[in-house]
Design a protein around this ligand. Structure first.
Ligand code: HEM
Length: 138
């Protein structure tokens, strides 16, 4: 039987291939956007990066699943990332980089249905990012 939540399933399959997505996702991010590396603090940023990714994944799973509330982190963080100097476009791209990482890890286990589910999700997340409020000028 096909799993009902393909997004969740893609993370489960990835966990069979790899214990920690953190280095893979950030290698992809800094490879495509070297300027993003300097946005993170120079000391202790490993913890920040790990928890940022974990929270982003929590938000994705909630958004793709029951929408109990964790997905709201996305709109909150858009505003706080304005403060870190993260352009909104790049913020949105981070989710696509998570998908790219999973696709690469899964290889032939990545199905066309999974691709479609992820594409739909990324479009919806883009809408959340685009609709997030602008920070209050002060
Ligand atoms: C390429 C896109 C992104 C960049 C460059 C980026 C960058 C950063 C930076 C520089 C920090 C602060 C680190 C510090 O305190 O030294 C941070 C923290 C954080 N980021 Fe990101 N971020 C990105 C995308 C995201 C996304 C998509 C989420 C989740 C929706 C997220 C969630 C968080 C959280 C929860 C924190 C912890 C502090 C806070 O609440 O602001 N980030 N990020």
């Amino acid at each position: 039987m096909a799993p009902t939540n393909l997004i969740e399933h893609s993370f489960e399959l990835a966990a069979e291939h790899c214990e920690d997505l953190t280095p893979l996702v950030y290698r992809r991010l800094f490879g495509a956007h070297p300027e993003a590396e300097a946005m993170f603090r120079s000391e202790g940023s490993e913890l920040v990066k790990g928890s940022m990714l974990a929270l982003a994944i929590d938000a994705i799973l909630d958004f793709a699943g029951e929408r109990s509330g964790h997905f709201r982190l996305i709109e909150c963080e858009v505003a706080s990332h304005d403060g870190y100097g993260t352009p909104r476009k790049l913020f949105g791209e981070f989710f696509g980089m998570i998908a790219d990482t999973l696709r690469e890890l899964l290889g032939s286990d990545w199905s066309p249905e999974m691709e479609q589910a992820w594409r739909g999700l990324l479009v919806e997340i883009d809408e959340v990012v685009a609709q997030s409020e602008l920070p209050i000028e002060g």
